[in-house]
Ligand binder design. Structure first.
Ligand code: PRP
Length: 200
């Protein structure tokens, strides 16, 4: 989508006579570049396409909100039939520490009974969210469930949970961008950056 300055307004719109300046903000330091993300997402897409080559009913389930950009890029690079659904959960609220108590905000819309499911997460930290999700989705009777996460914090794991496709392992830093936020900020950064929340 075009930035405010690039939008072409209809002739006569009073917006054409206004000059809008972009607010300058401090960009978080980069941990993983846009190019490295692109390359890794393409590799994951090739791997997933090969693994599901004989499957014609793959359902990719994005976990809202954080996975929306990863899901969009990953799904468009697959070379196999796939459909998209979403489920929404929340565990962190406005703070930076997992409460461990995961809350279902919105269930999947489609019927996944007998279908092959790939859960798509932006990040697996303590593992509570993914474990909870696998339990919920298993109750819908899918043929199989696998998991993909762009980021994994192996040092923060509190529960054992299988991750079949991992983009990058990272340390304990709080990361933003490419779908991930801190208090809803920085989700649309094109790279993965690091922030230091005050409550850590
Ligand atoms: C984040 C992230 C994962 C979860 C991982 O979601 O998107 O779903 O935390 O943490 P865990 O492994 O410790 O359970 P969050 O609750 O921040 O919601 P959001 O995706 O809407 O930002």
């Amino acid at each position: 989508m075009a930035s405010a300055q690039e939008i072409t307004y209809a002739a006569g719109s009073n917006r054409t006579r206004q000059s809008r300046k972009t607010k300058t903000v401090n960009a978080p330091p980069e941990l993983i570049s846009e190019d490295d993300i692109k390359a890794r997402v393409s590799e994951l897409a090739r791997e997933i396409s090969a693994d599901y080559a004989d499957v014609d009913d793959l359902v990719m389930i994005g976990i809202l909100k954080g996975s929306f950009i990863f899901l969009a890029d990953l799904s468009r690079r697959l070379t196999i039939p796939r459909t998209i659904d979403f489920i929404a959960v929340s565990s962190y609220g406005k703070g930076s520490k997992s409460t461990g108590a995961v809350r279902l905000v919105m269930d999947v819309r489609g019927n996944i009974d007998g279908k092959h499911v790939l859960i798509v997460e932006d990040i697996v930290d303590t593992g509570h969210t993914l474990k909870y999700l696998i339990g919920i989705l298993q109750s819908h009777g899918p043929a199989s469930i696998k998991t993909a996460a762009l980021l994994h914090k192996p040092g923060s794991a509190e529960v054992d949970v299988p991750i079949d496709y991992v983009g990058f392992g990272i340390g304990d830093e709080w990361v933003v961008g490419y779908g991930l936020d801190f208090a809803e900020r920085d989700r649309t950064l094109p790279y993965i950056g690091v922030v230091t929340p005050d409550d850590r």
